[in-house]
Structures are given as structure tokens and as C-alpha cells.
Design a binder for this molecule. Sequence first.
Ligand SMILES: [Cu+2]
Length: 205
Amino acid sequence: MQYLSLATLVGIATTVSSHGVITSPTPRIAGAVSRAACGTAITLLHKQDVTDHVEGMPQVAAVDSTYHADECNLWLCKGLQLDEEASGPVQTYSPGQVVPIEVYLRILHAGTANVSIVDTASNTVVGSELLYWDSYADEKLPAVPANNTLFSVTIPSDIEEGKCTTAGECVIQWWWYGVGARQTYESCVDFVLAPTAPSSRIRRN
Ligand SMILES: [Cu+2]
């Protein structure tokens, strides 16, 4: 399991406006590919604070000529792109595999959260939501519930054959919305499904 050090992830943060990111497995982080799609201004925001929220980014992007709306959907993975140079190798998972995920919450904002597999081309959820919290990151609780920052998802066994087999096609996206703060947080892990063993594909009638 790869861990990004918190120093790497948040050490350069100077603005303390925000608030959460996946730290393991290694999530999408800003690099050359994201910069080409999302532009220099958004990339600067990504680099200043990897935990930052989405709101505010569209306004920044709108006045940056290096932002390409057709290549950078800020509401999917905060616009971050597949970039193995920046984020390291794409994960390979098998159907049924339990994947532990660790999240760093920098500042709490009570809200809801979910984890889903998302088809990045269409920005649609593949299958059903994997996890859902109706109460997440509640700053009024005496302590952050352990399952807010350390949890696992099970890769579904019924993903359509051939889907999520190309790097960049599918991500595991952690999504959190702070209701009072009206702030959305997204963090994505690139993965591909391991090829199914040929024998298990044979249907017996
Ligand atoms: Cu906030």
C-alpha cells in the first residue's frame, strides 16, 4: 500500500480554508496532464491545497484562457486527470477485492459523503454507490468517528465485462458535501479491473 506523506500532500498549504483528501491509495494529484486540461490557475489552487473544495474553482477557471472546459470537469475529481507521472501507477483491483481507503480531514464540516466508482467519460456512477454516510465530518461530535477517515470498499463483482479495464476510464471517487459550509470535496483513485481468469468466464447452462 502506498502512502502519500501528509507533508507531501498538505505541507505546502498556506491557505487554511479547506479540508479533505484521500491519502491512501494515492489519489489523483496535480501534474502536467491536469495543467494541460485545467489550466495554470486551477493547478495553482490544486497545489496550494490538495484538500480544497470545488466551489470557487469554476469562477477562477472562467477567466483563465489556459482552462479547457471540455477536458476539465471541476465537479469530477476536482478536474484532476489521470497522470501516472504525478500520482504513481494506476491500481489494479479484482472483483470482490476489499480496498482500504484512508482520508485526511483537515477541517470538519458536517454533511454527507459517499464513495462510488465513476465512469470518467460520462461522469456516471458504475453500479451502486459503494458507501454512504448520512452524517459525516460533524464538527459537533466530541471526536471524528473512526469510519470517517478509515474505511474500506468492496469492488463489485457485477461490473459489466470490459468496463474499467483502461487506465483513466474509472475512478473510485470519495465525495463529501459540507452542508453548512456549502463546500464539496472530491478525491479520486485511478484503478483498472484485473482481467478475469478465462475459466471463470465460461457460462454453464
Ligand atoms: Cu470550509
